[in-house]
Ligand binder design. Structure first.
Ligand code: HPA
Ligand code: ZN
Length: 331
């Protein structure tokens, strides 16, 4: 597109990227072979015939749960600490090419610990990728540990407790260089209300841990207000359905809550109303593109002015959880 090089040069901050969502079909097959993992047989699901058929299937998800089924299944191929570091590195090298300077990235520990992978293997692998990205790519980063809301709350509590006890959060670190700054909430939304996780998030807040939550992606606006009221979410991931509730929109503006990954649809409205948002990659291996792709798609759809892009970029720097000195460098 004509604006590609202009958009590429913008100093981007990413706040909504699932590291597991960077697992491409080719990397899935490659790791499955290396680790001797059997993916579903093509006779049970023809999508697993080849990299090409799986890639094709990923273009036709019917809804969030259809996507999540494939997303969780592919993770079986990831086993070792090196695998996790490689997946993280896959993200950071691509992000660097797209002009990302600071990235706050999600991971889903329960999708691995449920398969018998130790939490430490997951965290150490991703943490190593973050550290390497800072050294070699000049990308600063934070990890955000997400809880899978479709699983029993007690499993999230156990994960939280283990992460605190083992010193994986940057604020509770036991002398080690850790990057987990916050907690999030993802997976199937409808029917798994944010309130279920309220107590946990309040404990996290007391410890000084940052908080965000997926809300209003498929769930109605009460999922957004629930996340603000009971999780004290500092950002809302997606939040597209905020447009349905103007009173709530006023609150989001007043409380300076940033939405992440709003996609294309309500951008013009959000810009006009003054709702802050950032544009992100989300699950690039599944939804056809990394952050720059999404910047370009927005430009193609809305033909934003240079001034409007400046607002988007500045809001996404200010809405980051990095140190003020880093923000100053990027602004
Ligand atoms: N929504 C909910 N859960 C997820 C997503 C998403 O976009 N990506 C990975 N887990
Ligand atoms: Zn997401």
């Amino acid at each position: 597109t004509p604006h590609h090089s202009l958009l590429a040069a913008l100093p981007k901050c990413e706040h909504h990227l699932h590291l597991e969502g960077c697992l491409s079909p080719s990397l899935t097959f490659q790791l499955a072979t290396k680790n001797n993992i059997t993916l579903p047989s093509p006779s049970s699901d023809a999508a697993y015939t080849s990299v090409e058929t799986l890639t094709e299937r990923y273009k036709n998800f019917s809804d969030l749960n259809d996507f999540l089924g494939y997303y969780y299944r592919a993770l079986d191929a990831i086993i070792t600490q090196d695998d996790f570091e490689m997946l993280g590195w896959e993200y950071f090298t691509t992000a660097a090419k797209d002009g990302v300077k600071h990235a706050e990235v999600f991971f889903d520990p329960q999708s691995h610990t449920a398969r018998g992978i130790a939490l430490g293997v997951v965290v150490s692998g991703f943490n190593a990728a973050c550290k390497r990205a800072e050294k070699e790519l000049d990308i600063t980063s934070k990890l955000i540990m997400c809880f899978l809301r479709h699983l029993p709350v007690q499993e999230s509590r156990d994960t939280m407790q283990a992460a605190v006890e083992e010193g994986y959060f940057d604020i509770t670190t036991k002398g080690q260089d850790r990057t987990i700054a916050g907690v999030g909430l993802d997976s199937s939304e409808v029917g798994f209300r944010p309130e279920l996780f309220g107590e946990m998030f309040m404990e996290a807040e007391k410890m000084g841990i940052r908080r965000t939550a997926h809300a209003g992606e498929e769930g109605d606006p009460t999922y957004i207000s629930g996340a603000l009221d009971t999780l004290h979410a500092e950002r809302i991931d997606h939040g597209i359905r905020l447009v349905e509730d103007t009173k709530l929109m006023d609150r989001v503006i007043k409380e300076n809550i940033m939405l992440t990954h709003v996609g294309e649809l309500p951008i013009r409205k959000f810009l006009e109303e003054g709702v802050k948002f950032s544009l992100n990659s989300d699950d690039p291996a599944y939804f056809g593109g990394y952050i720059l792709n999404n910047y370009c798609a927005v430009q193609n759809a809305f033909d934003l002015s240079v001034e409007e892009w400046k607002v988007i970029v500045q809001n996404s720097i200010q809405g980051s959880w990095c140190e003020q000195t880093r923000k100053d460098e990027l602004l």
